[in-house]
Design a protein around this ligand. Sequence first.
Ligand code: ZN
Length: 353
Amino acid sequence: MLSQHQSISTSRSIMSRLTRLLICFGIFGMPLAHAQTSARVAQSAAAAPIRVLIIDGQNNHLWRVTTPLLRRILEQTGRFQVDISTTPTAPVRPALSKTATAEEKAAHEAKLKDYEGALAEYQARHEKLWSTWRPVFSNYAVVLSNYNGESWPEPIRAAFVKFVRNGGGFVSYHAADNAFPEWPEYNEMIGLGGWGNRTEKDGPYLRLRNGNWTRDMTPGRGGAHGPQHEFLIEAQAPDHPVMRGLPATWMHAQDELYDSLRGPARNLLVLASAKSPRTQEEEPLLMAISYGKGRIFHTALGHGMEALQGLGFQVTLARGTEWAATGKVTQPAPSPSALAANRASLHPVTASP
Ligand SMILES: [Zn+2]
C-alpha cells in the first residue's frame, strides 16, 4: 500500500510539474510565460527613459571618440535617453615625442605657433564663449562627466552642486576624477581623485586592510597608472544594486589601472577594485558615493577604445548610471560565463547603432 501511495503521489507530483511546464510553454490556451514577458516589455516600454546629460568638451583624453561610445553603451540598454552638452573647446597644446627627429621638431615649432595663435584667439573670446554654455542640469535625472579641463563658471558650478545636493545623479567617468582639484564640493562628490597636484592635503588613500577599507594619510601624490593591460576586477560590495548578480571577479579589457587616488572619501562605498602591479594594493575603481540627497557612481575605468569594448565596463557603466539616477538597477546581470574571469569579455560597440 505504502509503495502504491508513494507511486501515486509521485505521479501526481510529476503531473503537477508537467502541468506547470505545459502552462509555461503555452500549451493550455494563453501562453503564460509569453504573456508575462509581453507585460514586462509593455511596462518597460511605458516607463519613461532615464534622461542623461553627458558633459564633454575638454579632456586630456579623446573625448570626441569616447562620448559617442558612452552614449551608445547607455542607449543599447533601452533604459536611457542621452543628450550631450559640449563646453567651449580650448586649443590643445601640440605634444612632442622625446625621440622626435629634427624634422619632427621643426614641424612641432610650426604647430606650436599655430597653437599660440589659436590660444590667444580663444582667450580673447573666453568670457563670451563660456557665457553661452548653460546646461540645465535639472532637466536630467543624471549627469555623466567626460570632462577634465578648465573650471566651469561659478553659476554653473553652483547649479551643479545644487542639482546633486537635491537628489540629482552624477557619474564620474575615468579622467573626470582628474578634474577640478580646487573645487571642494566636486571632490566630495567624486570621493577620490588624481593628478592636479593632489596630495595628502586633499585626503587619504583608501587601503584594504583585513577586509576593511581604511583611510591612509601617508604623504604622497594622488593619482598614477602604469602601462595599459587587462586586469582582474574584484567585487567588493556584491550586495549593492550596481553589483548584485555580477560575478565576484571578472577580467577587464585593456585599460589604465588608476592607482593611489586620494580625496575626502566620505560617504563612499568601494564597489570594486583591482590589484595594481605598481602599488601591489587593491585600488578602488568603482565607487558609490552619496552627497546630500544625490547619488554618485564613480568609475575610474575607460581610458580609451579598448576599455570601452569591455562588457564589464559597459555593464557597470549602465548599471551605475541607472543607480545614480533612480537608486535602483533594473538591468539584468550578464551570465557568469558572459563576464569571465579567465579572459576579457568583449562586446564591440560603435558610435552608430
Ligand atoms: Zn586615461
